[in-house]
Structure formats: C-alpha cells, structure tokens
Design a protein around this ligand. Sequence first.
Ligand SMILES: Cc1ncc(COP(=O)(O)O)c(C=O)c1O
Length: 459
Amino acid sequence: MTSLREQIFEQYKRWSPRSAALIAEAREVFPGGDTRMSAHFAPYPLFIERAAGCRQFDADGHEILDFMNNFTSLIHGHANPATVAAVREQIAIGSAYAAPTRSQIALARLIRDRVPGVEQLRFTSSGTEATLMAIRCARASTGRQKIMKMEGGYHGSFELAEVSLVPRPNEAGSLEAPRAVPIDASIPDSVLGDTVVCPYNQPALASALIDHHAKTLAAVIVEPMLGSLGMIPATRDFLLALREATQRHGIVLIFDEVITLRLHMGGAQAHFGITPDLTAMGKIIGGGLPIGAIGGRTDLMRRFHPDEAQPVMHASTFSGNPLSMAAGYAAMTQLDASGIERLNGLGDRLRAGFNTAFARNGIRGQATGLGSLVNLHLTDAPLHDARDVLAGLTRSRHLNQLVHLGMLQRGVASAGRLMYCTSTPMGDTEVDTAIDALDDTLRELRPGIGRELPGLLAG
Ligand SMILES: Cc1ncc(COP(=O)(O)O)c(C=O)c1O
C-alpha cells in the first residue's frame, strides 16, 4: 500500500504539472531548484506568476489565497494600489542616489512617532542586517562580547542569529543552561562560544542566566513571539524579567520586532508595555520591498554617528534606498490602529476556526500565535518554548508537510511550517475559506493518520 506521504505527493504533482516542469528547469541553475531556503518545500514549491490583494496565481492558473504574505511582510497584500503608485513615481526619477533623501526622513519620523523604544534609527536592507547592526551597536557600547539569544529564536541569516534555532534534544543540554547548538556545519566555534542560549518563557531561569553571565554580556536579543519556531508568544513576565535583569547589569536589551511590529501601532513592545533599548525592524515597514531598520535610545544610536571617534561601521549599498522608502511610507501611512485591530481580529477568528477544525475531525492539533500571526501545530500538548514545539514536530513526523500540500490544493497558501498571517484586503470570507480548507484537508488525511500516526487521533 502506498504511504500517505506518497499519495499526497502524487496528488500534488498531478495538480501542478507546470510548476513541476519549472522546478526541473530551476534545478539546472539552483542547488535543489531554489534560491531561498525558507520558501522551499517538498516535493517542490508552486511557481507564482502574479498576485493582487490577497490572491496569487500560479503557473497552472490556480487562484490561491495568500496567508503567507511573503513571510508576514505584505500587510496590505500584493500590489497595493497606493504602494504601486508611489514606487512607480519614484522609479521614474531614480532608484538609488547614494545620497540622503526627504523620503528617508519621512519614513523614519513615522516609525519614531509610533514605536516607543525608537528615538533615532538607521535603515538597513534587511531584517538580518538590522539585528546584526543592533548586536554590533551593543558590543561597541558596552565593550563586552557575548550575546544572549533565546533557544528557538531566529534573527536572520548570519551565524549567531541561527545558533540553537533548532535545538536537537540530544545536543541541547539542560533547560537551566542550554548548550549553543549550531544550525549547520558552517557555524564557527568562536560564535558558539560568544553565544549564551536562554530558554524561552522561563523568567526565573533567564534572570539567573543573565546574572551569571552579566560581566561578559553585551546584549540580550529576543523576539516578543518566537516566530520561525511556530508563533509562540512570550509571556509578559518573561519579557519583564529580561528587562529587569538587563537593566540591573547595563546590558542592552534588543527586541527583534521584524515580525511582531504588525501586532500593534507601536509593535509588540507597545502591546506588552515593555520598552527595549534597541529594536530591530523589517518586513512591513518596506511596503513589500527589501528593508530593515534598527532604532533605539539616542545614546546607543550615537554609536553610528559619523563624527564619533570610532563609529560602528554601517555602510550597505541599498540602505534607505528611495524605492523602499516610498513603498514603506505608502504602506505604513495606510495602516492605523483600527486597521491593525481588524487584522488581529481576523487572526483570532482564524485561530478559533482552525482549533474547531481539529476538534471536529478528532485530530490532535492547535493554532498558536497572537493577533494577525497564526501557526498550526499537530499536537495538543501545551507549547511554551522551542523544546515543546520540536517535540510536537517529532511526534507528527511528515504530517505538517501533508497538511500544507492539502491546503495549497484547496487554494490556501501558508509557509511550509504552517504559519499564516492576515492582510488588510482579507475579510471574514477569506478567513472562513481557510478554515473550511483545513477542515476538508484533515477529513481527507484522517484515515491515513489513523493507519500511520494513530497517536495523533484524539480520544
Ligand atoms: C524575527 C526575525 N528577525 C529577523 C529576520 C530576518 O529578516 P530578513 O529576512 O529581512 O533578513 C526575520 C526573517 O524572517 C525574522 O523573522
């Protein structure tokens, strides 16, 4: 008998023959046929030809509701008319000048006026560059080397940012003192040695770890919600413990709000009422174009002042480029508190509907997240940290993959890791379509789950 995985893969290939043909071409020029790990999934991703609002169209002509929104960055969906007009106007008069522009000041003011922890800022070309520069700023300011990051925390594509992103149980060590686990064979020992790993959502353990390493710690970097690892919100107590312990020792607290800025006009820091020293931003502030920003207290941001005796070197060819500024400004000025509230409400509706779909089909699962950010997990065990999430993934084996492919074939796109987010062109109808798609997918998968993964059936 063919396995459930083989059955769903075959079905997907029959459904998307043009993408199947294109992946064969792509494999000639890209290792594995893809130029971006995060957007890749097995057996192959769909090739997208165009998109508008919350809908995208693939090479086989399927219309697909986009709950992925380029990993949460497209808060207004695709080809938002005002953003398109702003970019069109700007590109006609030049795409980048290697000179300051008024548009940089306008977007910077808008962000500063909204985000409590931002007194001054610098634009970067990506979220990766924002977290990296925040870390360098913290090191230069404190004269210390080590950085504390959370187990399961993701901060972009550089070595330290991915340490212990996936803490494999046989390597992760104890919860009280997690080991720094490399994501792959490219991570130097020196980086592992400079990284202190902290368990997520454990206020007392975090305080103790910070006290223990205080003399060598330049910064603590944390996502207010574990994003890549399944949208696990921080508790306020945990963030408060980090705030108090870092303040006690003059350590720089960095909130990585690259994803969570969309939760509130002032980001997750405003939602939780806890202000970090530095904030890394990205995604929505670029209106769909590449961007990042690091913002924070003036005395720390002064490290980037060109007249400083030894400024932190921050160059970057496309930082503050006028196209990203124009798109970002157009997108951000369309976003107000009531719009964010509506988006978060749609996220709540999606979570509730997904949870009902699991219950109705008798399959152990849950939707986590906060506001407009949602993640599915094929486990009903409580999820507080990276270890909980990985244990759930191990138990459900390839089922995430199959749910993802099932949803795609029903016209609903998410990240391969089953991350969903809402966008302003969506309403209840689109959210309910996604809920129905999960219901239908689970109904189809149930007999196979019963055969291959009976532990995932409830009751
Ligand atoms: C929390 C967080 N920080 C940083 C980054 C890196 O941003 P970018 O992909 O723009 O470099 C990401 C990307 O997904 C992220 O989720």
